[in-house]
Design a protein around this ligand. Structure first.
Ligand code: M6R
Length: 613
């Protein structure tokens, strides 16, 4: 959530680059945006509610070779120009992601000292704290170090000082910041997407690192160390990214969400590649996995949103394939309750971003209460969760721009299926035949997904049929219930149609009362052991005149379900059917939002990654 981008260059106008980079970050937060820069020796600030686009007109009147910018997702304080970043204290301008703990206390003290506040944000508190620290420090970097030693929280921070138009200062504590190095220009951003159009030479800041950025040059202080890193040490930190600008481009698609749905065969193949060649070797999860996996007696999965639904599917796989008892819990609930952790419990966190605060805190809570090992399934390389876990497997979804998760979800499922098999293998619970069968399923999966795109036309028709729906019900059973839940979440997120998910067998215990001739019900009816049970549940719906939409791979005629809309997907009767049945629910949500004219990639009130509670 929220995006930071800054750049300093040798005498050329950096403002157009800054605005373009900020637009790449908009998916992280898009309530408001702002930039500050030094032009003809004066600090200028432009802020607006809404999109980065709204800054362009005014910015085009200026030139500047040092600039900072921000896209905001409101946390402390509502959506207003006053609360938009950058925030100012005298000669300092700052942009900030994350949270400063107990900022009200600092604010009270600063007001008593005569500082005036124009916003409700914790960021403005940070700006004034920094200014206060400059009064008794010889230089800005010392002032920054003093402030970060006194405040707590998870944050990333970028500071510009009118008194020194040759430098920017950045520091990160628990929130991502990445430096981009180009001949005469130095960039910094909270997300690689802003930098890649300019350079692929990157340094990921680690917790507590501070950097003085100059045009084409940096002074790097590792974890608040007094000594600046040597050029050799800096060059060792540089990573060359293989991400290209083309991969960030929307191409011929109307929305990133649609592009990302269609990328799924490819990114799933990439995620599964090593697991197939290494035949579910535990080492896929890192060196430590080899000794830790055989000791795992219980698994506690922690995640939020879509990632939580991936965890619900994983429970079925881990319990049936590796025979390890598995619990799944929403991170924001788990972190605040007394937990009883059984001996030999490994924590598995699932997160696209790797920086979801609730999941980070839930993991810490589990560790404090006795979990013996941790493992992260994550898409963003080097983010907090994989960095702080004993074992990790990166999904290969690439940057996911659409706020509604699609390819991140199905690659998480792929990684979790690999995890179930690797655990089974390390504990000697899988015979050769099953191992070969599961490897074969993984090999075939990308092609099956590509085939399931055949449902696009019907999904688009169903999207139109949902145009005036006020509320919908998604049904599934067993391992497919989490996919129904994911379908309902997708529909809510981007079309704003209320959607609820229920295990089909639970209908009669309450939600059946909602069913009438206005209520669309989208049901997953795979040809598995529960087929007949679900079919019976769907009769209960039809008997109440519900508008039934059935997604099935069954070759069995469904003539008995008269009046129902039926979508046939390729036969998916294998352990990986939850992944295949995800495609239609993603497409239905997409087309429902499209026909309603909603802002599909940037749904209202949401942000891509949630680094606050
Ligand atoms: O980055 P994470 O996977 O930890 O994020 C968790 C949720 O915030 C995320 O899945 C959210 O529910 C998505 N917008 C769903 O599409």
């Amino acid at each position: 959530m929220c995006g930071i981008f800054g750049a300093i260059s040798d005498n050329h106008n950096i403002l157009p680059t800054l605005l373009n980079g900020l637009e790449q970050l908009e998916y992280r937060g898009y309530d408001s945006a702002g930039i500050a820069f030094i032009s003809n020796g004066r600090t200028e600030r432009i802020r607006a509610v809404g999109r980065v686009e709204n800054l362009r007109n005014e910015a085009s009147r200026y030139q500047g070779s040092i600039a900072i910018g921000h896209t905001r997702w409101a946390t402390h304080g509502g959506v207003s120009v006053e609360n938009a970043h950058p925030h100012q204290s005298h000669h300092l301008m700052i942009v900030h992601n994350g949270i400063i703990d107990a900022y009200e206390e600092h604010k009270k003290r600063l007001i008593q000292k005569g500082y005036a506040f124009e916003s409700e944000t914790d960021t403005e508190v940070l700006a004034h704290l920094l200014h206060e620290a400059t009064l008794n420090n010889a230089d800005l970097i010392s002032a920054v170090k003093q402030v970060i030693a006194t405040v707590t929280g998870n944050y990333a921070l970028l500071v510009m000082d009118q008194n020194d138009p040759t430098s920017l200062i950045a520091t990160a504590q628990g929130c991502p910041l990445i430096l981009g190095l180009k001949d005469d220009t130095t960039f910094i951003a909270s997300d690689i997407a802003a930098i890649i159009p300019e350079t692929n030479r990157l340094i990921y800041l680690e917790q507590g690192d501070c950097v003085i950025m100059q045009a084409g040059n940096i002074a790097y202080f590792s974890n608040q160390a007094e000594q600046v890193l040597s050029p050799i040490a800096i060059s060792e930190k540089i990573q060359i990214s293989d991400l290209s600008i083309e991969k960030l481009d929307i191409g011929h698609y109307t929305h990133f969400m649609l592009k990302e749905i269609f990328e799924q065969p490819h990114v799933i193949e990439k995620t599964a590649l090593k697991a197939i060649t290494q035949q579910f070797d535990p080492e896929l999860f890192g060196e430590k996995a080899v000794t830790l996996f055989p000791q795992v007696k219980h698994i506690q999965i922690l995640a939020c949103g879509t990632s939580y639904f991936a965890g619900m599917v994983a429970k079925y796989w881990i319990e049936s394939i590796a025979k390890i008892p598995t619990h799944v819990e929403i991170s924001s609930e788990y972190r605040y309750r007394e937990v009883l952790i059984e001996d030999g419990t490994m924590i598995v966190t699932i997160s696209q971003s790797g920086e979801t605060l609730d999941t980070i805190e839930a993991k810490k809570h589990a560790e404090e209460n006795g979990a013996f090992a941790s493992l992260a399934i994550c898409n963003v390389k080097e983010s907090v969760l994989p960095r702080t876990s004993d074992c990790r497997l990166y999904t290969e979804a690439g940057i996911e721009v659409g706020v509604a998760s699609t390819k991140a979800f199905t690659t998480q499922l792929t990684a979790l299926f690999i995890l179930a098999n690797a655990l089974a293998k390390s504990q000697g619970k899988m015979d050769e035949t099953t191992l070969s069968k599961h490897l074969q399923m993984l090999r075939e999966l990308p092609a099956m997904i590509a085939q399931s795109f055949n449902c696009q036309e019907i999904a688009s028709q169903w999207g139109t049929l949902l145009l005036n729906a006020k509320s919908t019900l998604y049904l599934g059973r067993g391992i497919h219930f989490p996919i129904a839940a994911e379908g309902a979440l997708k529909l809510k997120e981007i079309s704003y149609i209320h959607a609820e998910s229920y295990p089909a067998g639970e209908l009669k215990h309450g939600p059946l009362a909602l069913v009438d001739d206005q209520m669309p019900i989208i049901a997953l009816l795979p040809h598995d052991d529960l087929f007949e049970k679900v079919r019976a549940n769907l009769h209960e719906v039809l008997a109440r005149k519900g508008k039934l939409f059935i997604i099935t791979d069954s070759k069995v005629p469904l003539d008995d379900l008269k009046g129902a809309h039926i979508m046939h997907v390729p036969e998916v009767s294998c352990a990986l059917s939850p992944i295949l049945l995800t495609i239609p629910v993603q497409l239905i949500a997409y087309y429902a939002a499209l026909v309603r004219g909603e802002d599909i990639d940037k749904p209202r009130n949401l942000a891509k990654s949630l680094t606050v509670e």
